[in-house]
Structures are given as structure tokens and as C-alpha cells.
Design a protein around this ligand. Structure first.
Ligand code: ADP
Length: 493
């Protein structure tokens, strides 16, 4: 059940009291009305302080309505008081209103109903006031506690209000000091806002100085707000020195790291360059002694080969074969490292002519393997480099012939395809195929998926092909499935 509404009804006239009570009972469900007709009863009621509203007449035998009003407001400032009288004057009404009277109603027969309406309005107003007061207390508590500076300034830049955090941030003791020392350039910020379109708000990082001279970074959020006909600037001030410091350290660290990476890259490039030059010169220098070994082994084979016993003949043949293998490896290595340094000029190259040259070079292998090579007749002319294309296609075609299962006749098809602004040349074989997870690796130097006994080679052919194609601005790749043949492609503009 809700609490009854407790009313002090102060009127010497019994009939008036009865009429008022009747009206009140019509309007409010639960009522607790205390009728007061003497000073003693009034004092007791005030002392017990158990009422929510006071309804009083002005003219009383033992005091006046003003006296009642003063006493009630003194003891309980928020308690609504309604005066219902037929003896008051306008002056009395004004004075009573000044003292905090909620309503003043002239007693007339049809006015009793107004008393109840007046009580209701007064109670609502009291509740609203209470809520507002509570809100204010909470807001003030919050503003005092938070670490965020909150302030309000007028158009002249004068700071009208500020919370403790604002003063603390700027190392100030009072609002007066803030205005005297012009701790924050409010006129400029105000002026900036006037030039902005609605909602006239801005956020900026500013460097401010505390009263002791130390500087700090703050995030300043300002907005223009019209209040009671004037426009003020409300502002929030947040110390972001730590964040700024972290940002700066990060930036410095990044710069240092970048410099280090550049330094290391340069060192690495220099080391690579040295290594390549070294590889080139070693490969080059190995050639002469190797040729001597090959030459003398050949001589021995020719001159005394017939007289050697099978074991010794075998040894000599192996020396010769190994020397041949090293020679091929050195040739490949030299080609690979040269590709990096040689000047390459792009020129129109007829792919049909290139293919004819390549096939002529590979004739011995083609014949040995009885390979069938089918080249499309209408191969285009491309912007490339003839020497490089010959090298690349030789490597791709010799692989296509080489990597077939034992006893299978190699069948290779070469054709070109125009794709948007790219030309693709395809070399398709019926060989052993390449597993998907190895298709990228095989373009790296020395990656071989089979032993020398199964398929001879150096593992550099595709690396040469990739580097060559890259140097003429193209791409190379493969589509393949294990056991299903392969389709190598080169793409050129
Ligand atoms: P090499 O031919 O000297 O072994 P490559 O660099 O030309 O070296 O090729 C690398 C590896 O890629 C080969 O050892 C082989 O395992 C695989 N490969 C290249 N071409 C083909 C092909 N057409 N079919 C199947 N495997 C291939």
C-alpha cells in the first residue's frame, strides 16, 4: 500500500475545513489530515514533522498565515504550503510568495476544488525539485572526482566555472587565478568555434603551461552552447602527456628500426653481391682445371682405353662422366649469375623463330627420346629478348622431354594464347607431373625432386628460366598434377 498523503490543515473555520477535506478526499485516495486550530497543536505538529503539505488560512485567531508559512519553511524548506483565504490582500500574497508560498487561493464557494489541484501541483513541483537537487549533488560529486577538467567560459574568454580537476591540471588555486593568469587561451578557442558550422564543436591536441612553468599535452574539446540568451563555451580538458610520450617513443623507435633495416638490407645486398661475384669467379676459375681433367681423361680413354681391365676402364669412364657433370653445373651457375648483371634490351622477337632455334639445339635429345613435339604455327611476335627466350625455352622443353616415366614416349605441345593485355606461351607435356606443394619450390636454384640416377640434371634450369623471364618483365608458372603431365607457362606483355 502507498503511504498516505499527510496534510496539516490550518483553519479556524470548521465549515471551511469540512469543505476542503471533502474536496481532498475526492482527489486523493489515502489521506492523513491533521486539523490544527491552536498554536499548541501547530507547535506539536511542527515538532513531530510528520506532514507532506500545509494548507493554511491567512486570518487565524492565534497567528497569521505568514507566521505559519515562515515557521514551516524554517523547519522544512521543501514542504509545499498553500494559502486559502478570504482576508488577504495582493501585498500579502506577494510577500507570501517571496517567502516560498506555493499557491495563493481566494476563498470563494466554487474555489475549494482549486485547493486540491494546487496541492497536487505543489507536490509535483516539490518532487521535481528534489530530483533536480539530487542530480545536482551527483553531478557535482562527479565533476569533483573525475580527472577530466571541465570549464565554462563566456565570449570574452573569462572562465565562469571550472571543476577542481581543471584547476589541478593547470596547477592553479582558484578560478580568479585562472582568469588573472590567462592559463588557457579561451578567447582564441571561442573565436575558432564561432567560425565553425553547427554543432560548433572541436577537438584539438594543445600544449599548455602549468602555473609552475612545466608544459603538458592536453586534449581540448570545446563546444558553443546557448544558455539563457547568451552563448558560452563549454570545454573538457584531458591530460594526454603519457599517450603523447608513448606515441613519440614509438615514432622514434620506428625511425631507429627503419634505419637499422635499411642498414642491414644494404649490408645484405653487399654480401650477396660479394657472394655472387665470388661464385662467378670460382666457377670461372674451376673451368680450366676441369677442362684439363676432361681432356686428359678423354686422351687416356682413346689411347689406352682398350688395354685397361674392365675395373680401371670403369673408373676412367666415371672420372670423365663426373667431370662432364661438373662442367654442366658450372655452365648453369655461370649463366644464372650472369643473368643478374647482363644488360638486357627488349626487342620484338618472333616466337616461331625462337622455337625453331631451340628445337634445332635439342635435336640430339629429341631423337634419343623419340619425342614428339608439336608447335602451333601461329606463334606471335613479342616484346622480349631473343637470347633469354632461347635459354628459357630450351630449359623448359628439355625438361618436358626428360621428365617422363620410363618407357613413355614424350609428347609435347607448344601454343600461345592472348589473355587481355598478356600473351601466354604454354608448354604442355605428358610427363610425371609435379605435386602441388612443390610447384613453387622448383623455381629455386638446386631444387630437384628426383635423384641424379632417375633423371640427370643440376637443379638450376628453372631458376635460370624464372630469373630470365623476370628480367624481361614477364612471369612464369606451372599447372600440374602428379602423374598427369605438366603445363608450364610464360606470360609476356
Ligand atoms: P633439373 O632439370 O636440372 O633437375 P630444373 O630446375 O630444370 O632442374 O627443374 C627442377 C625440378 O623440377 C626437376 O628436378 C624436376 O623434379 C622438376 N621438373 C621440372 N620440369 C618438370 C616437368 N616438365 N615435369 C615434371 N617435373 C619437372
Amino acid at each position: 500500500m502507498t503511504q498516505p498523503l499527510r496534510i496539516l490543515l490550518i483553519d479556524d473555520n470548521r465549515s471551511d475545513r469540512v469543505l476542503i477535506i471533502r474536496e481532498l478526499q475526492r482527489e486523493f485516495e489515502h489521506l492523513d489530515i491533521q486539523e490544527i486550530v491552536s498554536a499548541r497543536e501547530f507547535d506539536q505538529a511542527i515538532a513531530s514533522n510528520a506532514f507532506d503539505v500545509v494548507i493554511t488560512d491567512f486570518q487565524l485567531r492565534w497567528t497569521t498565515g505568514l507566521g505559519i508559512l515562515e515557521t514551516v519553511k524554517h523547519h522544512c524548506p521543501h514542504c509545499p504550503v498553500v494559502m486559502f483565504t478570504n482576508t488577504g490582500t495582493e501585498e500579502i500574497a506577494v510577500e507570501a510568495m517571496k517567502l516560498g508560498l506555493d499557491d495563493y487561493i481566494i476563498k470563494q464557494p466554487n474555489r475549494y476544488i482549486r485547493v486540491t489541484a494546487s496541492v497536487r501541483v505543489a507536490l509535483e513541483r516539490r518532487d521535481a525539485r528534489r530530483r533536480l537537487a539530487l542530480l545536482e549533488i551527483r553531478l557535482e560529486g562527479l565533476l569533483n572526482k573525475i580527472k577530466l577538467g571541465v570549464f565554462r567560459a563566456d565570449a570574452t574568454g573569462s572562465v565562469l566555472e571550472a571543476n577542481p580537476a581543471f584547476l589541478e591540471l593547470l596547477g592553479l588555486e582558484s578560478l580568479e587565478q585562472a582568469n588573472q593568469l590567462k592559463a588557457i587561451d579561451t578567447p582564441t578557442y571561442y573565436e575558432q568555434l564561432t567560425r565553425l558550422p553547427p554543432p560548433q564543436q572541436q577537438e584539438q591536441e594543445v600544449q599548455l603551461q602549468r602555473q609552475d612553468g612545466t608544459r603538458f599535452w592536453a586534449l581540448l574539446t570545446t563546444t558553443l552552447t546557448p544558455i539563457n540568451g547568451i552563448t558560452v563555451m563549454d570545454g573538457l580538458l584531458e591530460d594526454i602527456s603519457d599517450r603523447k610520450q608513448t606515441q613519440e617513443s614509438l615514432q622514434q623507435l620506428n625511425t631507429v628500426l627503419e634505419a637499422r633495416v635499411q642498414e642491414r638490407t644494404a649490408q645484405l645486398e653487399a654480401a650477396n653481391q660479394d657472394l655472387e661475384e665470388f661464385t662467378y669467379s670460382v666457377s670461372h676459375d674451376l673451368r680450366a682445371p676441369l677442362r684439363a681433367i676432361q681432356g686428359f681423361a678423354q686422351l687416356l680413354l682413346q689411347d689406352v682405353g682398350d688395354s685397361l681391365d674392365p675395373d680401371n676402364l670403369g673408373y676412367l669412364q666415371r672420372i670423365s662422366a663426373n667431370a662432364q657433370q661438373i662442367d654442366t653445373l658450372i655452365t648453369d651457375l655461370l649463366t644464372y649469375s650472369q643473368l643478374k648483371f647482363i644488360e638486357i634490351e627488349l626487342e620484338p622477337v618472333d616466337l616461331s623463330v625462337v622455337l625453331t632455334t631451340v628445337l634445332a639445339q635439342l635435336r640430339p635429345e629429341i631423337q634419343a627420346q623419340q619425342a614428339q613435339i608439336q608447335v602451333d604455327e601461329s606463334l606471335p611476335i613479342v616484346q622480349a629478348n631473343r637470347r633469354i627466350l632461347i635459354q628459357v625455352l630450351t630449359n623448359l622443353l628439355s625438361n618436358a622431354i626428360k621428365f617422363v616415366a620410363p618407357g613413355v614416349q614424350p609428347q609435347v605441345r607448344v601454343w600461345a594464347e592472348q589473355r587481355q593485355d598478356q600473351m601466354r606461351l604454354w608448354i604442355e607435356d605428358n610427363g610425371i607431373g609435379i605435386a602441388a606443394d612443390r610447384q613453387q619450390q622448383i623455381f629455386n636454384p638446386f631444387t630437384r625432386l628426383h635423384s641424379e640416377e632417375e633423371y640427370p640434371g643440376t637443379g638450376i634450369g628453372l631458376a635460370i628460366a624464372r630469373k630470365g623471364i623476370e628480367r624481361i618483365g614477364g612471369q612464369i608458372g606451372v599447372d600440374s598434377q602428379l602423374g598427369q603431365g605438366s603445363r608450364f607457362w610464360i606470360a609476356l606483355l
